[in-house]
Design a protein around this ligand. Structure first.
Ligand code: ATP
Length: 381
């Protein structure tokens, strides 16, 4: 179905296109351009309840039940229920101040919840002291011992466990090899780059083989190339060790590329927990849609339905979209918000059944692999 919306004001914020195809199209800022999007690319933002995690307790590394933590008048955690499966890499994603560190501190045993339950490896753990939990933490800034060398930092936990000397050397050596620290084993923390500090902290935390590794903003402060390298390192370490990784971050790209599942945290509440692809394609709320990637949000009003195709009156014209059954049911109730990911929008071409809209390009930004277009159309919301 093809439609054109004319004479309306507003903004479709982003279209990402490869530079070569847009150069071919001769698209420039200030010019009018017709663009299209495939019906499959539209998604409805739902405020549906999250079904409970059906995994049996034995398969869970961490079970948080309505955890709350209040500081003065502020609820840092306002009833967080979250299950982390054994061997899973789960990221808690959210903006600064949403409660990520507070949640990790409760799980590590460094702070006490005001209410709620916490089980670790199947055991009620709310009042178990930190040192008795099968958990190790990589803190922001890494908290390396400044007076110890890299190898002494890595061996520290093994010494604490009073392992025989030869085992300490064997395990520490293999952890340092794994994290590429052998060449710098004798250096002290003040002589290390940020990346080397993180590698040392990871080796120190993993060498004692904790069931659960907590990582609090591990890549903060590193440059883009190091972030990419170490994101990959985290993924490889997880695949190799099979322990449970629970990472807190405000970096959507890290959370989405490294994790098996992502829990989106907003002001002390879990908004949605799902695999990265489900979060991206079927976010339940507007907050989640925007937290995991760029998204053009548009208001729609139900007009008609034919099978899985829905026709809606929107602020950018009458559009036809293909939705899931639950999306259709939600939209049929009347007004709804839907999102269009930038990469689903085409500046030219498109099939006969695609929606077509006329807009004015107001900005073009070349970002290397992609170009970002800002196109004014319809009414922004
Ligand atoms: P960031 O990424 O900036 O560290 P975060 O998501 O980890 O943020 P938390 O550090 O858990 O967030 O903080 C959640 C809220 O609780 C914030 O508003 C913070 O100011 C508050 N908070 C955390 N710890 C304390 C404390 N010890 N005393 C008072 N308020 C606190």
């Amino acid at each position: 179905v093809s439609r054109v919306a004319r004479g309306q004001r507003g903004l479709i914020r982003r279209l990402d296109r490869s530079p070569s195809s847009t150069r071919e199209a001769g698209v420039q800022a200030g010019k009018h351009a017709s663009f299209s999007f495939v019906t499959r690319g539209v998604l409805v933002i739902l405020d549906a309840l999250q079904p409970a995690d059906s995994k049996a307790s034995a398969a869970l590394a961490v079970e948080c039940q309505f955890l709350t933590r209040r500081f003065g008048a502020k609820d840092a955690l306002a009833g967080v229920t979250l299950n982390v499966r054994r061997g899973e890499f789960l990221s808690v994603l959210g903006p600064a101040g949403c409660g990520k560190t507070t949640l990790l501190r409760l799980i590590a045993g460094l702070d006490l919840a005001d209410s709620g339950g916490l089980k670790i490896a199947g055991n009620e753990s709310s009042h178990v002291p930190a040192w008795r939990r099968p958990v190790n933490t990589v803190f922001p800034g890494y908290a390396l011992f400044p007076h110890l060398s890299v190898s002494e930092n890595v061996a520290f936990g093994l010494r604490l466990k009073r392992l025989p000397g030869r085992d300490i050397v064997r395990f520490a050596t293999s952890a340092m090899e794994l994290l590429h620290l052998t060449q710098i084993a004798g250096k002290h923390p003040h002589e290390l780059s940020g990346e080397e500090k993180l590698r040392t902290a990871l080796a120190r935390a993993l060498v004692v083989e904790p069931e659960i590794l907590l990582l609090d903003e591990p890549l903060a402060g590193l440059d883009a190339a190091a972030r990419q390298r170490l994101g990959q390192t985290l993924r490889e370490l997880h695949q190799r060790n099979q322990n449970t990784f629970l990472l807190a971050t405000a970096d959507a790209e890290l959370a989405m590329t490294a994790s098996d599942r992502v829990a989106v945290l907003r002001a002390g509440h879990i908004e949605q927990v799902d695999t990265p692809d489900v979060l991206y394609e079927r976010p339940r709320t507007r907050f989640v849609a925007e937290a995991v990637g760029a998204c053009n949000l548009v208001q729609g009003e139900f007009r008609a339905r034919s099978g899985q195709l829905l026709e809606a009156e929107t602020s950018i014209g009458v559009l036809v979209m293909e939705l899931s059954e639950i999306g259709i049911e939600r939209a049929e109730q009347g007004k709804f918000i839907f999102g269009i990911r930038p990469e689903r929008i085409s500046l030219r071409g498109g099939g006969a059944s695609d929606n077509r809209i006329l807009g004015r390009i107001t900005e073009v930004a070349f970002t290397g692999a992609m170009s970002r277009y800002v196109v004014r159309v319809g009414e922004s919301i």
